[in-house]
Design a protein around this ligand. Sequence first.
Ligand SMILES: Cc1cc2nc3c(=O)[nH]c(=O)nc-3n(C[C@H](O)[C@H](O)[C@H](O)COP(=O)(O)OP(=O)(O)OC[C@H]3O[C@@H](n4cnc5c(N)ncnc54)[C@H](O)[C@@H]3O)c2cc1C
Length: 217
Amino acid sequence: MNNNYHKILGLRELTSSTFVLEIERRDMKFEPGQHILLGRAGDIHHREYSIYSGVEDKALEVLVKEVEDGEVSKTLKHLKPGDEVEVQGPLGFFTLEDEFLQTGNRFLFIASGTGISPFHSMVRSFPNLNYKVVHGIRHASDAYEKSDYASIRYVACTSRDDQGDFNGRLTSFLQQNEVEPDTHCFLCGNFEMIRDAMNVLEEKGIPQDHLHAEVYF
Ligand SMILES: Cc1cc2nc3c(=O)[nH]c(=O)nc-3n(C[C@H](O)[C@H](O)[C@H](O)COP(=O)(O)OP(=O)(O)OC[C@H]3O[C@@H](n4cnc5c(N)ncnc54)[C@H](O)[C@@H]3O)c2cc1C
């Protein structure tokens, strides 16, 4: 038996292409914001996935978007309860350091698509966090499990419909809204979004050491 093999407990479909994979956690410890390397048991292909669940949750969860012609994301979508996956990790340093977590510190979480996953883990793990999530998505239906965030702390920026909280790209939302210079900004998702959003935040006077990024692709 391979020690890194974990059983699938379930799969929650959130949209036609996005789902949460519920994996047996066993005794895995992690810090919110970290990711795992994941693939079907016995498969040579593995990919990085941020941990979506909180530190107190029983299952280990990841939020996955099925990429057209993607190798691993497609395979994960077809897993059934009882199937096994290989999990390596946790890995990475996209985490909230103890000094950030002091009372009063303000966090801005900026995500495109499934890039919201590490922030979901942080919000679930630290209930008193003073945060705002700005989520760039195409349609309002891509606001994955938004009821897990306090409604005043979550802004869906929809680029392809007007059913979100802000109609347009998240960079436009950032341009049009104030960001206090002492805010700790965490950005996660695709490279172009992160680059553009960082430029806006720098123009607003956010110091470099308050900017943290995790690039997915
Ligand atoms: C640190 C880290 C954490 C990550 N966490 C997550 C996560 O929590 N959830 C998640 O869904 N993905 C996450 N990713 C992306 C993930 O690792 C895979 O790249 C993705 O699932 C595609 O893998 P694949 O084998 O299906 O496609 P591949 O066969 O590897 O690639 C197909 C193509 O799809 C592009 N691509 C990758 N991701 C996307 C996307 N979301 N939308 C559109 N195109 C894409 C790739 O650039 C590539 O050109 C993370 C990546 C990194 C580096």
